[in-house]
Design a protein around this ligand. Structure first.
Ligand SMILES: *Cc1c(COP(=O)(O)O)cnc(C)c1O
Length: 396
């Protein structure tokens, strides 16, 4: 099976059911894990609804398959950042409730309204442009008002009263329908941080203010993955997890995926393309950051920073070879890196090695790579590039 992108202009990796013949590296997506993770998150947050966040090609997992797996696991909503991502989901035949929250003033809001895409309203100017598009289409636009309760990023901050003043007549006119009210945390991954409680209280205040003014709040939602897992008092009417759906921990200091009943959905595998002997004292890869300390066997792993393997994990990233976890030897290059397989290595070209996998199975994880690269697990999975074919495993 191979499918092409439905939306010209967005580059998507091809989907397969087997590693394609001759592929030197690929990403496996366990759709059963995504569905099971959503079921677990639903169990923890019900009766709140769940919006599965599938922006950025479902954090690198492939939006088509990930969105369907999340819906199969019980997600009632899908969330994406850019409007182009929402339109692509509609083009691929997904008709679930869908929220999009990033669009410029000149975006094709009429198409969004016609295709039943709910729009986040993060600024006073958005209200007017969405209402104008709704009048042109001849149909109400459903909106979720985004309030900045302290993140200091998107959302209405100081001019809430003015926005509510603008909003009331647009609702009365029928240009807009209030579908929801929402906000986002600054420190969800530090549940005891004082801003968490402060933002939650501010959010409650805004909801009460709207009710007092006779403006329906619709579905209230605030919790990302970290708050879904660690802060039930922030669940409100709906939770909005992304990372946890893919089986990664948003709070690695507080728990591993398995501690939350989650399983990693992405595995990254590659075939050794070269296996060769080298003498002690051989410098390895650019700038000879690694030098062999004995006669040994070197293996070439054909993925590099062009594929999303971070160069900052040079001499640090973990690779599973058979029953051993080795460390990248020297610099990670654009298309490849080297591992020192040791003098007794008895494998050969074509052997499969694992960069990312399931922690409980002893495989390196996105979190291990994040530590090696000085970043977060989100960035590791999200950057896995389109040159790596996606192989769908399991059944949602
Ligand atoms: C990305 C995003 C989410 C999901 O965050 P996770 O930490 O991945 O759960 C939720 N809400 C908003 C506004 C986002 O941008």
């Amino acid at each position: 099976m191979t499918t092409e992108s439905h939306h010209p202009g967005l580059q998507r990796p091809a989907l397969h059911t087997q590693p394609p013949r001759g592929a030197s590296a690929w990403v496996e997506i366990d759709v059963a894990a995504i569905a099971a993770n959503v079921r677990e998150l639903r169990r923890r947050s019900s009766p709140a609804q769940l919006m599965a966040v599938v922006k950025a090609d479902a954090y690198g997992h492939g939006v088509d398959v990930a969105a369907r797996a999340a819906l199969a696991g019980g997600a009632q909503w899908l969330g994406v950042a850019q409007l182009s991502e929402a339109i692509e989901l509609r083009d691929s035949g997904i008709d679930a409730p869908l929220l999009s929250w990033i669009y410029p003033p000149e975006a094709d809001l009429a198409t969004a309204i016609r295709r039943d895409i709910t729009l986040g309203i993060g600024a006073r100017a958005h209200l007017a442009s969405v209402a104008r598009a709704a009048r042109a289409v001849g149909r109400a636009a459903t909106v979720h008002l985004k309030v900045d309760t302290g993140l200091g990023r998107g959302g209405v901050l100081e001019d809430l009263d003015a926005v509510l003043d603008d909003l009331a007549p647009l609702l009365a006119e029928g240009a807009l329908t209030m579908g929801g009210t929402w906000s986002h945390f600054a420190f969800a991954d530090a549940p005891d941080h004082p801003t968490v409680r402060a933002q939650q209280e501010r959010f409650g205040e805004v909801l009460r203010l709207m009710e007092a003014r006779g403006i329906p709040t619709g579905v209230a939602h605030l919790a990302n993955s970290a708050a879904t897992l660690t802060n039930p008092s922030a669940h409100f009417d709906m939770v909005r997890p992304g990372l946890a759906i893919y089986g990664l921990s948003p709070v690695p200091d507080l728990g591993r995926p398995e501690d939350f009943g989650l399983r990693e959905a992405m595995r990254v595998r590659a075939r050794l393309t070269t296996v060769k002997r080298a003498r002690a004292g051989q410098g390895v890869s650019y700038a000879h950051q690694y030098v062999t300390d004995r006669d040994t066997v070197l293996g070439i792993v054909p993925v590099g920073y062009a594929d999303g393997v971070p160069r900052s994990a040079s001499s640090a990233g973990p690779v599973r070879v058979g029953e051993r976890t080795l460390t990248v030897a020297g610099r990670i290059c654009m298309d490849q890196f080297v591992v020192d397989l040791g003098p007794d290595f008895d494998g050969a070209e074509g052997d499969v090695v694992t960069l990312l996998g399931v922690g409980v199975a002893g495989e390196p994880t996105a979190q291990d790579w994040a530590v090696a690269a000085g970043t977060i697990n989100y960035e590791i999975v999200t950057r896995m590039g389109p040159r790596l074919p996606r192989v769908v495993v399991g059944e949602a």
